[in-house]
Design a protein around this ligand. Structure first.
Ligand SMILES: CC(C)(COP(=O)(O)OP(=O)(O)OC[C@H]1O[C@@H](n2cnc3c(N)ncnc32)[C@H](O)[C@@H]1OP(=O)(O)O)[C@@H](O)C(=O)NCCC(=O)NCCS
Length: 168
């Protein structure tokens, strides 16, 4: 009991959560995070395809538990944040911000000039995170996302990769 309490305590410490590249063996846990966080989750095969097609895929790992993931792809000087998720038990500890900061760093290494993403219009936590990191709304994507009984709009948000503040 003491050991498991200690483990829970330790996993709450940000320094115990390590960032590394996603591997195929992570995909089951990554998919569970996706299902827990998205009304219309990506199918599991689509994550495998991202890995195999050369997207830059990262996870945050706490012990053997995947706490979050982030995926970014590149086209010319444009970077696209494809997906981001933090497991419900790990939210509001700065992990989403850490993943996003890392993805922005990867975009910088790739010499990208702009980074963009889509987000559901109702996804307040994600929109607040992106705004904090300097993303601004560029376009409303009408009917972009599926819902149980129809569709809902998304926002296209973007920012320059290089900014003087809000990068880390
Ligand atoms: C969006 C998501 C990735 C945020 O991850 P997180 O680790 O909880 O976020 P962080 O702890 O790094 O939060 C960073 C900032 O974002 C904002 N934020 C994040 N979650 C929030 C919430 N529930 N309510 C209000 N603001 C929130 C806050 O400004 C927060 O800073 P603060 O904690 O200092 O106030 C997470 O909620 C998630 O996985 N959601 C489901 C999947 C999803 O929506 N992915 C994005 C698809 S576009």
């Amino acid at each position: 009991m003491l050991e498991s309490m200690e483990q829970v305590f330790l996993t709450r410490q940000p320094e115990q959560v390590h960032l590394r590249r996603m591997q195929e063996s992570d995909l089951e846990q990554v998919y569970q995070i996706e299902v827990a966080g998205q009304p219309a989750p990506w199918p599991s095969w689509y994550f495998r395809r991202q890995l195999r097609d050369g997207a830059s895929c990262w996870v945050l790992e706490s012990g053997r538990t995947i706490a979050g993931f982030g995926i970014i792809s590149f086209s010319g000087d444009q970077a696209h944040i494809m997906n981001l998720g933090v497991a419900p038990a790990y939210r509001r500890r700065g992990l989403g911000r850490r993943l996003m900061s890392h993805l922005l760093g990867v975009a910088r290494e790739q010499h990208c000039r702009h980074v963009w993403l889509e987000v559901r219009r109702t996804n307040r936590p994600a929109i607040l995170l992106y705004r904090e990191l300097g993303f601004r709304m560029k376009e409303i994507l009408k009917g972009y996302y599926a819902t149980r009984d129809g569709t809902q709009s998304g926002l296209l948000m973007s920012r320059p990769v290089a900014m003087h503040s809000a990068e880390s």
